[in-house]
Every structure is written in structure tokens, then in C-alpha cells.
Design a protein around this ligand. Sequence first.
Ligand code: AHM
Ligand code: MG
Length: 340
Amino acid sequence: MSNKVITIERHIIEGERRHPGATGNFSAVLRDLTLAIKVIWREVSKAGLVNILGSAGKENIHGDAVKKLDVFSDETIYRAMDHGGHLCVMASEENEDVLHIPDNYPKGKYVLLYDPLDGSSNIDANVTIGTIFSIYRRVSSSGKGTVADCTQPGYKQIAAGYVVYGPSTMLVYTTGDGVHGFTLDPSIGEFLLSHENIRIPKRGKIYSVNEGNYAYWGTGVKKYIKHLQEEDKATDRPYSGRYIGSLVADFHRTLLYGGIFLYPDDSKHPDGKLRLMYEANPLAFIVEQAGGRATNGTRRILDVAPVKLHQKVPLFIGSEEDVLMCEQFLHQEKEVLAAV
Ligand code: AHM
Ligand code: MG
């Protein structure tokens, strides 16, 4: 008998069946999202063929140039999710304000946050990019969802996931019951279970950081990276450096191979660069579910209380032992600063 082929749809439905009282609404949210992702994949995979590349002539609210595929992906997710009756509000990294469900559609009990096309500055070079998403239960009582629904702390997520549009396209997600990865079989247009119950190694041998920011780093980060670069056979150093510049791709490698990804706060990025709601929280939920760790340097990412929708946060994420070691260096820097 050959191995069982499990589509993402089957996986989601079977997962929901294990929860007594589940209505199927949540499965429907993930199913609709999967459809949007396939549409984005179709466009991303022919990006070099059609005349869709280049700046759309706008800047997003963070001041980055917006590419046409960003806009397309943003709208695709919104349109796939606006009418199902399961969501009450959405928020996307590409839009300053929350995205309301149109008046003519029913409102549901879930909230969707997403980064439609992460790493989009890499599109023109045909480098791996991705989509990140996060789902919460609403906290407002009824009707239109609110900003408060979209700014809940990460520990309240009920699902999170990401897609890597790479050599093959993969969707990785968690509903708090382990982390599972699916690879898209383009011949049948289905995501098939390929990585069941992913566990991140306790320690890795790779660090991932934009070393071009070295001059801006604090001494803790400088000393930590130096430490990883030093030779020491007893502790299996030096580490290798890998940095793609697409968070989803750098994170995916870290999840599978172990090690650490960091985008610290520094003198040029006083709050870090990555966004708490669209990037750090979903990946932190996933890494913890896989046995890893994520912190902003002083606090678990999932416990950071959001104060605004597009809040940035320093991010140190990956294998438990690597992140703990990094925290020690950051802590030492704080002690030295406190002593002067
Ligand atoms: P974005 O493409 O959604 O705006 O995300 C920001 C990207 C991340 O994918 C990546 O980790 C980071 O910015 C790279 O930043 P830098 O070029 O400063 O190293
Ligand atoms: Mg992003």
C-alpha cells in the first residue's frame, strides 16, 4: 500500500474534527486562504514572463517602493476572504488602516492579519519570497471588527502560517497543535503534506542577519556575532552565515536546519525593522510550536503588548539554545550599560 496522500484541506478538516463543538467556520477560513495563496503562486511563478514587475509608482506606509505583485497579492487575499462570513476584519502590512468587510457581507468571529508578499524587494532578482498570515478570535462583540481586534498579543493567535514561493512552493502552518508543512504539487494544484510535525533542532550552525548593519549594532549583538564566527572545536564554531533578505525564506531555513535569525534594534532601526503583527508574531507562534524560541531581546515575542497596528519589533528567533545564547550577550550589554 502506498503512503497516504493528505491534502491541506483534509488536514485542516481532520484537525478541526478533533475539537468537539467545532463548527467548520475555521476550516473554511483556512480553505479560502489556501485558494488565495494558489492564485498568488500562479502570478508569482510567472513574474518573469509577464510585464508585471517594477514599481507600481507608490510607496507603502513604511516608505518602501510597492511592486505590482505586492498590490496584486494584497488584493487577492482581501477579495478571497471578504465574503465568506467568517471574518469580521482584516489588516495587511500594505494598508495603513484595518480592512473592513464590505457592508453587504456577513461578519464572523475571526480576524485575519497578513503580509501579502514578504521580501518583495527580491522579486526582480527571482529570489524566494513569501506570504505570512495570522488568525485571531475577535474581541469586539459584534458587527464590524475594530483596531483592537487586530492588535491582540501574539499568544492569542489561534493559527499562523506562511508560504514560501521557492523552487517548490510550501505552506507551513500551526493551529497550536504542532507545525505542519505542505508542498504544492503544481500538476494537480494541491498542497500535499510533506513535513509532518516539524521540530526545529535544539541548536543549529547557521546565523542569519544583515551584517551591513554592523556599524549600527549595539555591543551585545556585535559580540554575539563575533562569538559565532570564532573557531572553537569544543562548541562547534564557527557558524555559517546565510542571509537571503526575505524573512520567510530565512525563517524557513532556520526552522528546518536550526540556528538563529535576528533583526535587532540598532541606531538606524531603533525599534528593529520587522513588524510585530504581520511578521514576528506568526513566526514566533510557529517557532515555539516547533520547539524553538523567539524574543525581542527582553521579552517573549508572543507576550509583547501591541500598541499599534504597524508596530516594529526587534526579532531574535530560532533554535532554543541559540536564542538563549544570544539573549545572554544582550543581557551582558545591558548590565555593562547599567554600571556606567
Ligand atoms: P517586506 O518585504 O514585507 O517589507 O519585509 C521586510 C523584509 C523582510 O522580508 C526581510 O527579512 C527584511 O526586510 C530585510 O531587510 P534588510 O534589507 O534591511 O536586511
Ligand atoms: Mg514582510
